[in-house]
Design a protein around this ligand. Structure first.
Ligand SMILES: [Ca+2]
Ligand SMILES: [Ca+2]
Length: 189
């Protein structure tokens, strides 16, 4: 068997690691008709804690939802929500943008961070949940309950990319992993 250099193996392994560290990027955000200023929910600008609820935010009253499309599918591990903190929200995930399943609910009152003392307005709340087994490209946020006035200043996501390598990269990685497998077989022998 032709022996590939160790640098090739290292490069193949590094390629996997680099793909896994890509951060989810929101490429599109859409809202129901009730939502004003939809784009503010994912424009990269995070309102400071205590910012008025309808300033630099997507906001609505009553029922409403925002749908975030990521640049590719991710196994999600956490998210950050800057929102009117005295309300409840639900996050759901989808692979196709059509069928959504609940990921986590956020109970605003309980999640008000220590040391932040605002009677109302936006607060950034880290939202934790068990990392998803599947990779999702769509995330939906809905208002659940509260005072009837809802707002989202920014949502950002953490997760692991489901690798979609270029064909050339795939062949490169297969070659490297083939050597790793060959070494493993030799060690078992
Ligand atoms: Ca924003
Ligand atoms: Ca509210």
């Amino acid at each position: 068997m032709r022996v590939l250099p160790k640098t090739l193996i290292a490069a193949a392994v590094f390629g996997v690691a680099a793909a896994a560290q890509a951060a989810p990027q929101v490429v599109q955000v859409t809202g129901t008709a009730s939502v004003t200023n939809v784009a503010a929910a994912a424009d990269g600008f995070v309102p400071t804690n205590g910012t008025q609820w309808d300033t630099n935010s997507a906001f609505w009253t009553g029922a409403g939802a925002l749908t975030f499309k990521l640049d590719q599918a991710y196994r999600l591990s956490a998210l950050s929500l800057t929102a009117d903190w005295n309300d409840f929200y639900r996050f759901s995930v989808s692979t196709d943008g059509v069928n959504f399943a609940q990921l986590v609910t956020v109970t605003g009152y309980a999640d008000q961070p220590a040391g932040v003392n605002v009677g109302w307005g936006q607060v950034t709340m880290p939202v934790s949940f068990a990392p998803t087994q599947l990779a999702y490209q769509y995330v939906r946020l809905q208002s659940l309950a509260g005072d009837g006035s809802y707002s989202v200043g920014e949502v950002s996501f953490s997760g692991t990319a489901a690798p979609v390598p270029e064909p050339s990269t795939l062949a490169f990685m297969a070659a490297g992993l083939g050597v790793v497998g060959f070494v493993a077989r030799r060690r078992r022998a």
